[in-house]
Design a protein around this ligand. Structure first.
Ligand code: G6P
Length: 472
């Protein structure tokens, strides 16, 4: 038996060099990073998009050959499909809707058509590879029609689905013209899970009201199948982050950063460029902090890492300009010859450098307006080992349910962000360590492997139940 993980993006992406050769690197984003560190006893395969649109069959072949060596099976998209399915329906319709950015949602027929087309393309690819007794675990909002499509083709296949972003309340979800088809698509899975109980509750209420069906607690019978839903918060590879300082590369980077930031406090912020992450609110809060607390001028630096993402989608490109302007305004106003308040990086970092930043940072400032989970907050806490450190966390992040020892804030209240920064800077070391240790106890238990094992256990349980049901 094999486990097939299906996601829009493979954990590796291909990039074409000027001389025509391809180079491969790791993909950004919590999903790929998190799931790639997953250990299973089953042979693990991955099906997804390789991060590039190529128009020659020979190029597809070269990319496939390289990726297949890692058990990664690419699904190739045309430029039009990429535009309308990925930038369009996935990231201009579903993403803003699920993150409560209702005014940003765009409805276009060509988006929906491409979304159906690409989900069907994934379905074809899966059917050409998997056997009836394999596990097919579909990830995330880009592939919500896929469980239903697969169920029609392979009625007894084990199909699981995990939703990595928020599932909005029915009042919002009902706005989507294709709400019925999407929900029917999801119900093609045997087991559907979400990060939090609230997302799960919203899904159940949307399904009941849109499709006129009735759940019995967390299960529903449709035809000869029972479908179960559950809340399972995704964890991180805790040991990897908790032991980073033993890695000589990380240690070297730690020494470098400690020399750079040694005499003042460092606040760290790490995100993909996204309006849901509250990056502007964070900058407004930091700016207010500088304005109201001149005693900290020259003593606190905000290191802001923004990983480029979806920059062809209008809202993202506009946000980039606003962030650049805001950072320019803060630095222009407060910088001195030997101090720049916001150290801004618009690119990704290697794992080693990022881990070193987590290790060195006195404070992590995580202020999403909405976030399915947010693994950065978890990675920061794990990396602190037995050292002090403070997490300032938005209550709108899925992980706020678990990380109750963070200083929790409402990111829409920028004065609250300002006050949280002051509170964090003034928090006694003993309290910092206590809070970090409490959160570490939770994270070291709910790891990525535990999350996957819990998912598999419940999924297996419901599949066996359905099998017994069919045999009756
Ligand atoms: C979030 C989503 C993932 C997505 C990732 C990166 O974590 O839940 O499904 O892969 O963002 O976004 P991108 O559009 O670059 O794949």
């Amino acid at each position: 038996m094999k486990l097939y993980i299906i996601s829009n993006r493979l954990p590796a992406k291909a990039c074409k060099e000027k001389n025509g050769t391809f180079i491969f690197s790791r993909s950004e984003g919590g999903l790929a990073t998190g799931l790639n560190s997953l250990k299973t006893t089953d042979e693990k395969h991955w099906i997804g998009w390789p991060g590039i649109c190529v128009d020659k069959k020979e190029d597809e072949q070269i990319i496939s050959e390289q990726l297949e060596k890692l058990n990664f099976h690419p699904v190739f998209l045309s430029c039009d499909q990429y535009k309308n399915y990925y930038e369009g329906y996935s990231n201009s319709t579903i993403w803003p809707l699920c993150h409560y950015f209702f005014a940003y949602t765009e409805y276009k027929n060509c988006f929906w058509k491409a979304y159906q087309e690409v989900n069907a393309l994934f379905c074809e690819k899966i059917c050409s590879i998997v056997s009836a007794d394999d596990y097919v675990w579909i990830q995330d909002y880009q592939l919500m029609l896929l469980p239903g499509m697969l169920r029609k083709r392979m009625p007894h296949l084990r199909i699981g689905y995990f939703h990595h972003i928020p599932f909005p309340s029915y009042e919002l979800f009902r706005i989507l013209p294709e709400r019925g088809e999407i929900l029917q698509g999801l119900l093609g899975a045997d087991f559907i899970a979400f990060h939090t109980h609230d997302y799960m509750r919203h899904f159940i209420s949307a399904a009941e009201r849109v499709l006129n069906i009735d759940f019995q607690l967390d299960e529903i019978q449709i035809g000869n199948r029972v479908i179960r839903v559950e809340a399972l918060p995704m964890g991180i590879n805790y040991d990897l982050y908790h032991s980073v300082s033993e890695n000589p590369e990380v240690q070297k980077a730690i020494n470098r950063f400690q020399n750079l930031f040694g005499n003042h406090k460092m606040i760290l912020s790490v995100d993909r460029l996204d309006y849901s992450k509250g990056i502007l609110h964070r900058l407004w809060g930091f700016s207010l902090f500088l304005e109201h607390h001149p005693e900290y001028l020259g003593k606190v630096t905000l290191a802001m890492v923004i990983v480029p993402s979806r920059d062809q989608v209008n809202q993202y490109a506009e946000l980039k300009t606003k962030i650049d302007e805001e950072i320019g305004a803060i630095n222009g106003k407060y910088s001195t010859i030997d101090w720049t308040p916001v150290c801004y990086f618009y690119h990704g970092f290697s794992f080693e450098e990022l881990a070193a930043m987590y290790f060195v940072a006195d404070i992590a400032l995580v202020t999403p307006l909405r976030d399915g989970m947010n693994l950065v907050a978890k990675e920061y806490v794990a990396t602190k080992q037995n050292n002090p450190g403070v997490l300032i966390l938005s209550e709108m992040a899925g992980c706020a349910v678990e990380l109750t020892d963070a200083i929790q804030i409402n990111p829409n209240d920028i004065e609250e962000i300002e006050q949280a920064i002051v509170k964090a800077l003034e928090m006694p070391e003993r309290e910092q360590k206590n809070r970090i240790n409490h959160m570490q106890a939770i994270l070291s238990n709910q790891t990525i492997n535990k999350w996957a094992a819990d998912f598999m256990t419940e999924w297996n349980d419901i599949c066996s139940k359905n099998q017994r049901f069919r045999l009756k």
